[in-house]
Design a protein around this ligand. Sequence first.
Ligand SMILES: *Cc1c(COP(=O)(O)O)cnc(C)c1O
Ligand SMILES: *[C@@H]1O[C@H](CO)[C@@H](O)[C@H](O)[C@H]1NC(C)=O
Length: 571
Amino acid sequence: MALSAMDVYLHLLVEKATEASDYIKSVEYSFNSYFALRGFQPHQIFLSTIAFTLFVVWLYRFFFMHELSLWERFKLVSFRTIRRLPYVGPQIQREVDKALEKMAGSLFKLPPGMKYVNGLPQSGMSEDQVMRAIKGYHQLGHVDWKKGNVSGTVYSGQPELTQLCTKVYGEFAWSNPLHPDVFPGVRKMEAEVVAMTLKMFNGGPNACGTMTSGGTESILMACLAYRNMAKERGVTLPEIVAPFSVHAAFDKAAHYFGMRIIHVRMDPKTWKVNVKAMRRSITSSTCMLVGSAPQFPHGIIDPIADIAELGKRYGIPVHVDSCLGGFLLPFMKKAGFDLAPYDFSLDGVTSISCDTHKYGFAPKGSSVILYSDKKYRHSQYFVQPNWPGGVYATSTMAGSRAGAIVAACWATMMNIGEDGYVESTRKIVKAARYIAKELRKIDGIFVFGDPEVSVVAFGSEVFDVYRVSNALTARGWNLNSLQFPSSIHLCCTLCHTMPGVTDRFLNDVKNAVADALANPMAKATGQGAIYGMAQSVPDRKIIADIAWGYLDCVFDTKRGDQDGPVNGMHH
Ligand SMILES: *Cc1c(COP(=O)(O)O)cnc(C)c1O
Ligand SMILES: *[C@@H]1O[C@H](CO)[C@@H](O)[C@H](O)[C@H]1NC(C)=O
C-alpha cells in the first residue's frame, strides 16, 4: 500500500518535471525566435544585456545600498516637495524663519555696554588688560554648577584638582604628542593612561587602545575600525546595529563614514535593548553590535553579556559604550554595589569607549578607546606613506594635539588613584540611588527602568512632564530634557554629593509635581513647550533647520550686543 502511494507520487513528480522542462523549452524558443525574427544582431543582444544588467545594479543600489532606508528617503523627498509647494511652502518657511528669529533674539545676549571683538586689536593687550577682559567673560555665566544645580556637565570641580591641572598644564603647555621624539614624557603619559584604563576593564595580554579628544572621537574611531574591516571583506554598506537609546555619536559615525545605523527597540519596562530584536537586525552587512554601560538618557545598562554572546555566535565585533560610566563601573564592586559583567572579561566584547573627562575627573578633551586585540586598533590608524612632508601616520582623527591635556589627564588619574575613584563612585551611586528611590514615592511621575549608576530619568503619564522641567528651571536647576518619550533626567556628579543637594532637589521636584497635578491638563509653556512641539513635528528636517540656526547663533558676533538681560542656553 505504502509502496504504491510512493509510486504514484514519483510518477506525479516526473510528470511535473517534464511539464516544467517543456515549459522552459517553449519560453526559450519564443525568446530566441522573438530576437531572431526582429533581426537583432548578436552584438546588440550583448550590449543590451550589459545595459540591462547595469540598470538592475543601479536599481538594487538605489533601493538597498543607501545610508538611509527607502522609507526615510521617501519621507525626506515628500517633505521637501511639500516645502516647495506654492502657498504651503512659503508659509512653512515663514514659520521656521519666525522660530529662528525668536531664538536668535533670545540666545546669547550680552550685558549692556559689552561688545563683540570682530578683529585683532592693533597692538596687543597687556597681561593685566587680558586678565581683566577674561574676568568679564567669566562673569557671563550665571549658572552655579558648584552648588549642584546642573545635571552632569562638571564632574568634579574640586578646587585642589583645578590647581593641580593648571600647574601641570603650564609644564606641558607647548607639547604635542604628534612629536613623541621631542616630547617623550607626553608619549609615556599617554601610553600609561591607556594602560591604566585597560587594567580597569580587564584587558587581556593583546588588549590595547589609544587616547582621543573625547567620547565622540572614541566612538568614531571604533566605528571607523569596524567599517574598514567590513569593507575589507567586501561589504559595500556596513551596518551598525545599536540600541535606540545609544549615544548620537554612533549616528554621527554612520554619517561621517558612509555607514548605515540600525536602531534596535528597547524593552519598554526595563529600557534595556531588546536582544532578540537585535539578533533579528543582524545581516551579512552588520559590522558591529553596540551596548551602552550605561546609556545617556536614562542611565540604564544594556544586557552586555547577551550582546557579547550574540557577537561571538555571529562573529561580529561588539562595542561597549562606557563613555559615561567608564570611571564608575570598574569601581562599583569595591564600592559595595552589585554589577553584572560588562567589560573584556566577557569573551565577545572587542572594544570599549571610556571617558577620562567625565567621571575620570580630567579636564575636557580626553577619552580612551580600548580594543581586545591589536588588529582592531590597526584598522583605525591612518597612514599616508607618499606625502612630500614625510611618511604621515596618526592613530586618531587629529594631527597635532594638546600634550598638556594628556598630562593633565595623567596627573588627575595619578592624583585620585583607585581609592579615590572607589570613594567618588560610592558617593555618586549612593546619591543617584537615593534620588531614584525617593522619586518613586512621588505620585504622578515614574522613574525609567532601574538606574544602577548615576543618571536618573523620570516622566509622567498624568501631565506634561516638561512643566516640571520648567518649574525646576525657574527654581534655579539646569536639567536635561529628553524626548521620545518626554522625560527629564539628572546626572549626578560629585557636585550632587555635597550635603543637602539631593534633598533640595527632591523637595523642588515634589513641589513642582504637586503644582502640575493641581491642573494636570495644562500645557507647558516656553522652553518646555518647544521640546514638546519639536517631538510632534513629522518633518524632522524642520527641526534640523532650527538646530542649524542654533549652531549659527553660537558663532554669531553681529547681533545680541544690544541692551538686555543675559540669557544663556546651557546643555
Ligand atoms: C557623554 C557620552 C558620550 C560622548 O561623549 P563626549 O565626550 O560628549 O563626546 C558617549 N556616550 C555616552 C553614553 C555618553 O554619556
Ligand atoms: C540653585 O538652586 C536652588 C534651588 O534648589 C536655588 O535656590 C538657587 O538660587 C540656585 N542657584 C542659582 C545660582 O541659580
